[in-house]
Design a protein. Structure first.
Lengths: 175, 173
């Protein structure tokens, strides 16, 4: 009896996970390039605000709930892209699954989706340093970084690589 | 028999006296240094490689928490030219001393494993470079939340340290 209960709750958890991951994939394939979440740091925008990210006329635009926040590309000192993962299952389902018997709800935590991060550093008119982090669908951060770089933004990643290669070449010459 | 009970009584009194001393010392309210404004320098991580988003998240959360509960009239960011005119300015330098990246998946599945932890050495300095207060602050995320939540924990603790040691008007609290 206990075994059948356990198996049924396990099957329910599996079904929830499948549904959730299907939903996440469907969302990603609709428009992967521009959808973004402002995780933190964007002035006048709440953390985790969902919107669209575009680069036009030397500016980065984040449009969310009919408002637009702008950053001038030339003011951006550093653009860095990264990768992270998040739970495929939303908060509500995750909380509900905690009530599942024998801790079977924890099974849902194994399902995670990858996303890109776009981290910016810029200075305002007073010279004050600000940092902004965006989350984008996988493969969405790199094109925006390239667009920003062509429109006047800077990045430390290329400089670090150049410095590292210069150091290695000078060492080789000494040897 | 009476001798033994007297000896035990004396020992108990002595033990109480020893334990009471540090308690009373900890309970005394420290004098808060006067500081109307604070400038937050960018988090440095020279020895320990920290991802850009972690560094920015630490910095932004720190500024937000200092604005919320630091008790300062102004919180200036790194490089803000307006800070030069601020009276009683304190500059906060933070250097990453330790970082252990956990796993949100492991935390959610096991509850006991996968904790993320970050240790940052915080120095509150005057504008002439004198160290007013320094402390290692630890940010952790044990059970729920993403790894970046450790930055929020660190920011809250640092703001508490600032609040406990500095005040915009000099007085004993």
């Amino acid at each position: 009896m206990k075994r059948t209960k356990f198996l049924s709750s396990f099957a329910m958890a599996l079904a929830f996970a499948a549904l959730a991951s299907c939903g996440a994939n469907a969302q990603q394939s609709s428009n992967p390039a521009n959808k973004a979440i402002a995780l933190t740091g964007l002035p006048g925008v709440k953390d985790d605000a969902k919107g669209t990210l575009t680069v036009e006329n030397g500016k980065l635009h984040f449009t969310h709930s009919k408002k637009t926040s702008e950053l001038t590309a030339a003011d951006i000192e550093d653009v860095v892209t990264g990768e992270d993962t998040q739970a495929s299952v939303g908060k509500t389902i995750s909380t509900l699954s905690m009530a599942a018997p024998y801790g079977s709800g924890r099974f849902l935590a194994l399902f995670r989706t990858k996303f890109d991060t776009l981290t910016l550093r810029y200075r305002d008119e007073n010279g004050a340093l600000h940092g902004v982090i965006f989350a984008l669908p996988t493969g969405g951060a790199e094109p925006i970084k390239k667009q920003l770089l062509t429109q006047g933004a800077h990045t430390s990643v290329g400089e670090e690589r150049a410095a590292a290669s210069a150091n290695s070449s000078s060492k080789e010459q000494k040897q | 028999m009476k001798r033994y009970s007297n000896a035990i009584l004396c020992l108990a009194v002595a033990a109480l006296a020893f334990t009471a001393r540090p308690l009373s010392a900890g309970g005394a309210n420290p004098v808060k240094a006067k500081a109307s404004a604070i400038q937050v320098e960018m988090i440095r991580s020279d020895e320990i490689k920290l991802s850009a988003e972690f560094q920015i998240s630490l910095y932004e959360n720190l500024i937000r928490q200092l604005e919320k509960q630091g008790g300062f009239e102004h919180v200036y960011r790194d490089g803000d030219r307006r800070a030069a005119n601020a009276p009683d300015l304190v500059v906060l330098h933070s250097t990453v001393r330790g970082f252990k990246e956990g796993s949100e998946r492991a935390r959610r599945v096991t509850t006991v494993a996968g904790a993320t932890s970050i240790t940052i050495h915080c120095e509150f300095k005057s504008t002439d470079g004198k160290v007013l207060r320094e402390k290692d602050v630890n940010g952790k995320v044990w059970f729920f939340g993403s790894n970046l939540r450790a930055t929020y924990d660190f920011a809250k603790k640092t703001a508490r340290v600032a609040h406990d040691n500095f005040n915009s008007s000099e007085h004993k609290s």
